[in-house]
Ligand binder design. Structure first.
Ligand code: MN
Length: 281
């Protein structure tokens, strides 16, 4: 039995199946964890979502929510102002099992830990000033709203926006939840106090002054557990500071990555160019 943690799928279902053949994935014994952004931009979002859901419901897989997964929830509740011409979510939104897929997706976590391996998984990152215990609490507060009967109001009215960009203990209510979602799902660079930078998607070295990749801050309080994340295709396959970055840009003609936890090895599949370079966002 092996545990594999898999990078951002973004609708790249055929590459996923190829990668699983390459690693001799055994559905009866192995477990697959997905770092989020299971859907959107790529050609087979519906297949990806159904696949991850089947695994999760059979106890053989987990995922955390990414920004594109939240974007799907937004489209499902009719938040049309965030719609993009680059979206490839219509297959899901028009599917006969749409409602049950959305209902399942909204109940997925933002932060996961493993009971045996000393690891955590998030889509984008954990602010340096949060311990793992605090990350679990803040993610749990968001998950509670998403499980609520009135979850659609939360998504429609309170979830989206880039403010507050800075963390402080006194944040309450929707501001606190929105900060947490942005940190877990969108963060790349931040300052030591956890002020988030949303503009720069480039590789380290190109960020605005005063900001650093969230995981390099010297006083980071969550170094005591290995953290797996995706979201940052320009960072690519990065291992250091007790973190492992798994978004190797399959969508952009890069690779799809599976990390085997038992022996700490990367397994990659070269993906076809499904999108034109330069349309990256
Ligand atoms: Mn992402």
């Amino acid at each position: 039995m092996a545990l594999y943690i898999i990078g951002d799928l973004q609708g790249c279902f055929d590459p996923l199946q190829q990668l699983l053949r390459q690693i001799d994935y055994d559905p009866a014994a192995d477990e697959l964890w997905f770092v989020g952004d299971v859907v959107n931009r790529g050609p087979q979002s519906l297949e990806c979502l159904r696949f991850v859901r089947r695994l999760e419901e059979s106890g053989r897989g987990r995922m955390v929510l990414g920004n594109h997964d939240f974007h799907l929830l937004a489209q499902a509740v009719g938040l049309t102002r965030f719609r993009s011409r680059k979206d490839t979510l219509d297959d899901i939104l028009n599917a006969p099992d749409r409602d049950s897929l959305i209902d399942w997706l909204r109940q997925q976590p933002l932060y996961l830990t493993h009971e045996i391996h000393n690891l955590a998984m998030v889509h984008a990152g954990i602010p340096p000033q949060w311990t793992h215990q605090q990350a679990r609490q803040e993610a749990g507060a968001v998950a509670e709203r998403l499980r609520d009967a009135d979850w659609q109001t939360f998504v429609r009215e309170h979830l989206f926006g880039s403010e507050p960009a800075c963390w402080h203990e006194g944040l309450t209510s929707w501001d606190r939840l929105r900060y947490a979602v942005n940190a877990f799902c969108r963060m790349r660079y931040c300052d030591p106090r956890g002020c988030l930078e949303f503009q720069c998607k480039a590789a380290p070295g190109n960020q605005p002054k005063g900001y650093a990749p969230w995981f390099v801050h010297p006083a980071r309080r969550n170094k005591d557990r290995t953290i797996f994340f995706g979201h940052w295709s320009t960072l690519g396959a990065y291992d250091g500071y007790n973190v492992h970055a798994l978004d190797t840009g399959c969508l952009w003609g890069g690779q799809l990555t599976a990390w085997r936890v038992e022996d700490g090895t990367r397994h990659t599949l070269q993906c076809p160019h499904t999108l034109q370079p330069g349309k990256h966002s």
